[in-house]
Design a protein. Structure first.
Length: 608
């Protein structure tokens, strides 16, 4: 029987109602309690459960080696983050002694007059309910404050959020961006990764015998070649596996790319010849693979699985023979304060590799500084280029390779100029990068935040969970006297409260629950949502609209300039595109018109 489109739609809706999927569709009204239980398919994915943490016992000493970092819980509920090459002892319930290295503390709220203190050989730092870092080395003790303020013995003025105290300084000064200065915290923060770590990080060839049982392969060689030039890095990984069994095997090669990378090449060596791979959709690739498989040849077809993971079927894996696989990807390196960072994900599932080697060429980098918290490199210079090499035998690929290129110390007020040139098609080009020094004392500012979070049907549960964590993190780093309002947007707009609320721990949890229970249904009418947000923005003294979602309206007004014009005068726009499909053009226009900001984040990035 063939149904007309309208009857088809009614039949689908009836089926959904029969299953109870639409029973709770009406959304919460302002100040109303959300429904007790929302259908899992229509709401955000549950937040990953934090790992169980046992409180550190008084008298315990923590020592970390190269590349080792830890997160611990103190008896008073505070979180202690320990950087590599650090020795710290818990001498009391709220007292730490830092012998060497760096720690970061997220201090739990406490009663008036109580404080958590960190003692070093040169200084004592005390704080109540703040976030700060302390570093002790041969130069002395330095302090950086992420939120709140701390008191340093011997220093008259308190060190406030956005300020730092140098090892020998007596007066707080402007700090670099905290996310940059404390980048080592990236993988330690709770909720840092919403996507489970891939078991195939670094690439893995999974083999199966004729009975379908998984067979072990030996990883004989793993060579990494990196070329860095003008802010981009091309990474080439050359892997050689060995089938030690007496049977021909069938394998699948998995490779999860870094979130910001683009695959440029994948190839295999067959009988000494390099065979380039091609990329195909899943169903077509499977069909082609089965056809080629019967001809006993390597198919070398690349298939996109999901997220940033690709896979390639490999057949045959001949008995007692090697299989060599080559892949390349390109990515733009994050940079700030004249420093760029490169990271090669590790975590290989095949255990140890017989021969591991790494080679990096930084074009025009002979005059640049470099550092690596993960590996020791042999450094040479060739024609103005910086060369970094390392190798090891019978080693485990269990640590990311991290390179920091450029200035060794980040300063917020440094001026930087860099030149680079190239020749192409007979023409010569000169590029100048100039970052002016913007010396200014940080000013503590209060803001009235208005969050506009998309909950339309194009937001899947993982994207919705990412949006919840973005809002949670921003609120947790707000100033104590900031206010916020929260609205969700799809076909219509819903508000958590009628007006702005103070930023308190209980209010943050209430906002998180409101977003977690919002239904992901309907189309996005962004024009209507911006109009509904206008009264909240006009009521604030320092209004900021934080728009979280795709920015792609599917009904109502869609013109970028008209949508941006809906923002009231004096309000600043902060656009956060969540997911790979986002309206960069709209967010850019709105940010430029209001002296605001825009950025993009994917669920497989460290959201926290």
């Amino acid at each position: 029987m063939t149904l007309c489109p309208l009857r088809q739609l009614l039949a689908v809706l009836a089926a959904l109602c029969a299953l109870g999927a639409l029973a709770a569709l009406p959304g919460p009204t302002p100040n109303a309690a959300p429904p007790r239980e929302a259908p899992a398919t229509l709401t955000s994915r549950p937040r990953p459960a934090p790992a169980a943490e046992k409180a550190l016992a008084v008298g315990s000493e923590i020592t970390t080696g190269i590349g080792e970092r830890r997160r611990l819980r103190l008896p008073d509920g505070s979180a202690l983050y320990v950087n590599q090459k650090t020795t710290v002892r818990l001498t009391g319930r709220s007292q730490l002694t830092l012998a060497a290295g760096e720690v970061f503390l997220d201090v739990a709220p406490r009663k008036k007059g109580e404080a958590l203190s960190v003692k070093t050989a040169k200084r004592e730092v005390s704080s109540a309910g703040t976030k700060f870092a302390v570093r002790a080395d041969d130069k002395g003790t330095s302090v950086l404050v992420a939120s709140g303020r701390v008191k340093v013995r011997g220093v008259e003025a308190p060190v406030r959020a956005g300020q730092q105290l140098s090892a020998t300084g007596e007066t707080p000064t402007a700090a670099p961006r905290v996310s940059h200065a404390l980048a080592w915290l990236r993988d330690l923060l709770p909720g840092a990764s919403l996507v489970p770590a891939s078991p195939h990080a670094g690439g893995a060839l999974v083999a199966r015998d004729p009975n379908g049982q998984e067979a072990k392969l030996a990883l004989r060689r793993y060579h990494v070649d990196v070329h860095v030039e003008d802010g981009f890095a091309r990474t080439t990984i050359d892997q050689t596996y060995f089938n030690a069994s007496s049977e021909r095997l069938e394998g699948t090669f998995y490779f999860p790319l870094p979130p910001d990378a683009s695959l440029s090449r994948l190839a295999m060596y067959v009988d000494g010849r390099r065979m380039e791979g091609g990329m195909a959709e899943r169903d077509y690739a499977r069909s082609v693979y089965e056809t080629i498989r019967y001809t006993q040849r390597d198919p070398a077809l690349l298939e996109w699985v999901d997220g940033s993971t690709f896979k390639m079927r490999v057949f045959p894996l001949e008995a007692r023979q090697e299989k060599r696989i080559l892949l390349s990807y390109t990515q733009k390196l994050p940079g700030l304060y004249g420093q760029q960072s490169y990271r090669l994900p590790a975590g290989h599932s095949l255990g140890k590799v017989a021969n591991w080697s790494f080679h990096a060429r930084v074009k025009g980098g002979a005059a640049l500084g470099y550092g690596s918290p993960s590996h020791a490199f042999k450094v040479t210079k060739n024609g103005g280029d910086l060369l970094l090499d390392a190798s090891a035998k019978n080693t485990a690929l269990d640590r990311d390779v991290v390179l920091d290129l450029g200035a060794s110390e980040a300063r917020a007020d440094d001026e930087a100029v860099r030149f680079s040139s190239m020749a192409q098609d007979g023409a010569k080009y000169l590029m100048v990068r100039y970052r002016p020094g913007l010396a200014a004392e940080p000013v503590r500012q209060r803001r009235d935040w208005v969050f506009l979070v998309e909950t339309s049907g194009d937001r899947d549960p993982l994207l919705a969970r990412t949006q919840v964590e973005v809002v949670r993190a921003l609120l947790q780093n707000a100033e104590p006297d900031d206010t916020f309002a929260l609205l969700t947007a799809n076909t219509r707009t819903r508000a958590l409260h009628d007006g702005a609320q103070p930023v308190t721990p209980s209010a943050i949890e209430s906002a998180s629950r409101f977003l977690e229970q919002a239904h992901l249904i309907g189309a996005l009418d962004l024009g209507r949502a911006l109009g509904d947000a206008k009264p909240y923005l006009e009521a604030g003294r320092a209004p900021y609209l934080v728009h979280v979602g795709s920015g792609v309206p599917s009904m109502g007004e869609r013109r970028h300039d008209v949508l941006a014009a809906k923002l009231p005068k004096g309000a600043r726009y902060v656009g956060i595109g969540v997911g790979r499909r986002w309206n960069r053009a709209l967010m850019k226009v709105a940010a430029e018109r209001t002296a605001g900001l825009f950025a993009q984040i994917n669920p497989d990035e460290p959201v926290a």
